[in-house]
Design a protein around this ligand. Structure first.
Ligand code: 8Y7
Length: 279
């Protein structure tokens, strides 16, 4: 499993990769406002890469439950200069976290390597951009809007319904001309799911891998950790590490996380257990 990136580069998913979260929003829930300055963002990226990040996921609009929407212009103003700077300063894989087609296009033009879309390319024109640029795309499952999604948690069988949604989106993308090997699926932990549904998805994550697509899992600091343990965001590291470890054991090929150093260790331990290579 190898992702093809722009300018002839590649990212192998033979070993699980770590996607580090870089929020450039003033309202992101766990590190709100800290990285709005470009210098601070660059220093943060440098540290993440030292700590073992393989992908930097840049988001300019908070998608957490209850978050406010931002305009396209505001989102572009936040992410494009940061993407240009990171592209210039570091040799790393840059992911753009957006559901807006216009932001995807501008981000890829500015040097982004892949699309991370919580709406699975449902925005008008989004699929066309992925087809034209041929970048890898992560298709995530969610329902409704950040403000309303926690009311939309009725499922017959959460894993089957989430997987069938993602497979339908993937089929549409493939029919439009996206290479299947460039498609990554993500159940969207915390997006229109109850606590029990989140843990069922984690327990059944290998079902997604069995679809043949690469799987990405993001549970870092989320309420599925906080609600279970009754802990605030600042005390969710150990729980998040447990989630990441379990996800790798169930076949995830990319883990999206805030705490890079600790998550890198967890991935290494899980992979040593699964693949038993000790070089
Ligand atoms: C996810 C995500 C968020 C996730 C993917 C947060 C942007 C909320 N969560 N993207 N984005 N998967 N692919 O807590 O689970 O980071 S935002």
């Amino acid at each position: 499993m190898i992702l093809a990136l722009p300018r002839g580069r590649q990212l192998s998913l033979k070993r699980c990769k770590l996607m580090a979260i870089l929020n450039v929003t003033p309202d992101s829930f766990s590190d709100g406002g800290k990285f709005v300055g470009h210098d601070a963002a660059l220093r943060q990226v440098e540290q993440m890469l030292k700590d073992g990040a393989n992908i930097i996921d840049i988001g300019g609009e908070s998608t957490r439950p209850g978050a406010a929407e931002v305009s396209k212009t505001e989102e572009l103003d936040r992410v494009i200069p940061v993407i240009e700077l990171i592209r210039r300063e570091f040799d790393t894989v840059i992911s753009i976290d957006t559901y807006k087609a216009a932001v995807m296009k501008a981000a890829i033009d500015a040097g982004a390597d892949m699309i991370n879309d919580v709406r699975a390319l449902q925005d008008q024109g989004a699929i066309e951009i992925a087809v034209k640029t041929q970048v890898p795309v992560c298709l995530m499952h969610m329902r409704g809007m950040p403000g309303s999604m926690q009311q939309l948690t009725d499922y017959q069988h959460v894993t089957n319904e989430v997987l069938s949604f993602l497979q339908q989106r993937a089929e549409l993308c493939i029919a439009a001309g996206i290479n299947p090997s460039q498609i990554i699926l993500d159940p969207g932990f915390g997006f229109a799911k109850t606590l029990a549904q989140n843990y069922q998805l984690l327990a059944e994550l290998s079902t997604f891998q069995q679809s043949g697509f690469a799987v990405l899992a993001g549970m870092s600091r989320k309420s599925m950790v906080g609600q279970l343990l009754n802990k605030p965001v600042s005390e969710r590291l150990a729980g998040s590490i447990a989630c990441a470890t379990i996800a790798v054991m169930h076949g995830a090929r990319i883990i999206r996380a805030h705490d890079v150093k600790e998550t890198a260790d967890a991935i290494a331990v899980a992979e040593a257990t699964m693949f038993g290579e000790f070089e």
